[in-house]
Design a protein around this ligand. Structure first.
Ligand code: SAM
Length: 164
């Protein structure tokens, strides 16, 4: 998460989605610096803890939903996170397509994949199959997973941020 946050550009008016938010650890880091942070998780048991956190951050909210079928319109979020989610969903491609759908054109999408679940090549291929542009891939020795910083849309952003 630290790695993903260090590569992410937030603005005061950003709308941020955390898919598979768990207990809401991201709220602590981002909750006060953006317009709205929505945590989405399928587990009502886990969301209980997240709801306690939300109370401390007025610009955060939680939603119980499946990552494959979220209740949001298309092209809403400026930044979308999916930290240690993909290994838990039945078909990562479906969840990734949904994340892409609800993210704005040019949105940043930060996704992790566990090394024990995906080879580096398989992880990159997965992201490319949903036509996400991968600009940064981190997978240093001490990390248990890969952290991919992607963006949705136009190729011209490659010139600004480079491409994997
Ligand atoms: C390993 S936890 C990660 C929590 C958080 N992202 C973090 O990094 O601390 C994975 C989370 O994904 C949620 N999850 C699993 N399948 C899901 C699905 N289909 N839709 C939404 N959330 C899901 C689980 O309930 C769990 O809270």
């Amino acid at each position: 998460m630290k790695m993903a946050l260090s590569c992410t550009a937030f603005k005061k008016d950003s709308l941020v989605l955390d898919v598979g938010c768990g207990t809401g650890l991201l709220f602590e880091r981002v909750g006060k610096s953006v317009r709205l942070l929505v945590g989405l998780d399928i587990s009502s048991r886990i969301l209980k803890e997240a709801k306690r956190r939300v109370k401390r951050f007025p610009t955060t909210a939680v939603v119980r939903a499946d990552a494959d079928f979220t209740p949001f319109r298309s092209d809403v979020f400026d930044v979308t996170f999916a930290m240690t989610l993909l290994q838990n969903v039945p078909d990562p491609l479906v969840a990734l397509r949904e994340m892409k759908r609800v993210s704005k054109d040019r949105a940043f999408i930060a996704i992790t994949g566990l090394k024990k679940e995906f080879s580096r090549e398989a992880f990159v291929k997965l992201l490319q199959r949903v036509r996400l542009n991968v600009s940064v891939m981190e997978s240093s020795g001490e990390l248990k997973g890969y952290v991919a910083m992607c963006w949705k849309g136009r190729k011209h952003l490659k010139e600004r941020f480079g491409s994997y």
